[in-house]
Design a protein around this ligand. Structure first.
Ligand code: S3P
Length: 429
């Protein structure tokens, strides 16, 4: 097991770029593989989660060339995938397993999807239930709730589905199955979750219409290969945004960050807390908005976070709780029950770790209350095998009263392989 010790910083300064967006990288492989022709992808995130998706499509007969800069995906059309000759291992990646479950439901072959010990504990019925309603044949442990999942591809028909959760993985699994379904498939969600699938499906020429929290897709239309430029991942940038805001004397420019409005909850939340964040040089590539993000150290104050804001910042709550812990006053996080079924239970993991750092935290079923303090007391934390918990606690260590250690940091490679190098680069001691 790897551990990492972080030292307090006097300031966080400089100019960085963060690796490509994880969600968009997954979708570029999936759509590139089932489109007709050669899709090129630059800015692809070579993290373990995305490599799991890439390997899955190679195992299904798709040629994917990688010269280290650009991926060339030789798409074989909607019906060009071949049966993998072994179980497909999705590693730690919830996006891989849930999106592939949707896609593979409509194929003319059998597949088995599994993952690591964390992924095999996560709920799968949320995708299995609507897919079975479309005609999918899926079996899994615990009555289809847990991986491994066995999928016997079958003919599908469109459904109209009201999702009980705002989840882009659920929505995307249904939309991918919808590409193979007879007629129209409609998905509605309680709040809008990230819409990268809708944007990219449109870019590839799918018959899709999104309006508010409703998306409609018609099956059967072939997709056409595209050029994809993957923006920097705002969920990775978030760690450095918080680092820049909470470390005194800081000024940090994060270049080329994806600022899709379904993902910018972190910017809204930190701004509401009094954070100085400026978006510069806004532009758009392959249907996704991008900007450079300037952050300057700021005196933060506590706020209440709930409702629509929650899905727009769903992966950022671990690091938001770090910002809340050094803000003045109280921060209340509500409507965030989904955090309990992420790579780990992120409410419990952050409450336990922040307490180790001397912070007063109250857990609720759907969130937490964090009472701000000036500095963290030096701590020895555990990532619980979750990349975002590990990185959040390392950022907290920048403003602790002594060196802090985080155990089990290998998981950071799932989403942010050069995190340590960037942390070293910007930390001034
Ligand atoms: C993702 C959707 C979100 C997010 C995850 C990536 C995606 O999960 O937490 O990191 O790429 O679709 P949910 O759909 O479970 O909210």
């Amino acid at each position: 097991m790897n551990s990492y010790t972080v030292h307090p910083a006097k300031a966080v300064k400089g100019e960085i770029s963060v690796p490509g967006d994880k969600s968009i990288s997954h979708r570029s492989i999936i759509l590139g593989s089932i489109a007709r022709g050669v899709t090129t992808v630059t800015g692809f995130l070579r993290g373990e989660d995305n490599i799991a998706t890439l390997n899955a499509f190679r195992a299904m007969g798709i040629t994917i060339e990688d010269d280290g800069v650009t991926l060339k995906i030789h798409g074989q059309g909607l019906h060009g995938l071949a049966e993998a000759d072994d179980v497909i291992d999705c590693g730690n990646s919830g996006t891989s397993i849930r999106l592939l479950t949707g896609l593979l439901s409509g194929q003319a072959f059998f597949s088995v999807l599994t993952g690591d010990k964390y992924l095999r504990k996560r709920p799968m019925k949320r995708v299995v239930t609507p897919l079975v309603a479309m005609g999918a044949r899926i079996a899994g442990r615990a009555g289809g709730e847990k991986a491994p999942l066995g999928i016997s591809g079958s003919p599908l028909s469109g459904i109209s589905y009201d999702s009980p959760v705002a989840s882009a993985q659920v929505k995307s699994a249904i939309l991918l199955a919808g590409l193979y379904a007879a007629g129209e498939t409609i998905v509605r969600e309680p709040h809008l979750s990230r819409d990268h699938s809708e944007r990219m499906l449109k870019h590839f020429g799918a018959d899709i219409k999104a309006c508010g929290t409703e998306v409609k897709i018609r099956g059967g239309r072939e997709l056409q290969a595209q050029e994809i430029v993957v923006p920097g991942d705002i969920s990775s940038a978030a760690f450095f945004m918080v680092a820049g805001l909470i470390t005194p004397g800081s000024e940090l420019l994060i270049k080329g960050v994806g600022v899709n409005p379904t993902r910018t909850g972190i910017i809204d939340i930190l701004s509401l807390m009094g954070g100085r964040i400026t978006l510069l040089n806004q532009r758009e590539f392959s249907g996704e908005p991008i900007a450079d993000v300037l952050v300057e150290s700021s005196a933060l104050h506590g706020i209440e976070i709930s409702g629509d804001l929650v899905p727009r910042a769903i992966d950022e709550f671990p690091v938001i709780s770090v910002a809340a812990a050094v803000a003045s006053g109280r921060t209340v996080i509500k409507d965030a029950r989904e955090l309990r079924v992420k790579e780990t239970d992120r409410i419990k993991a952050m409450a336990d770790n922040l307490r180790l750092a001397g912070v007063r935290v109250e857990e609720a079923d759907d969130g937490m209350t964090v009472h701000g303090a000036e500095k963290f007391t030096a701590f020895h934390a555990d990532s619980c095998g979750d990349h975002r918990i590990a990185m959040s606690m390392l950022i907290a260590g920048l403003v602790a009263n002594g060196p802090c250690t985080v155990d089990d940091t290998e998981c950071i490679a799932t989403s942010f392989p050069n995190f340590f190098a960037l942390l070293e680069q910007v930390s001034h001691r």
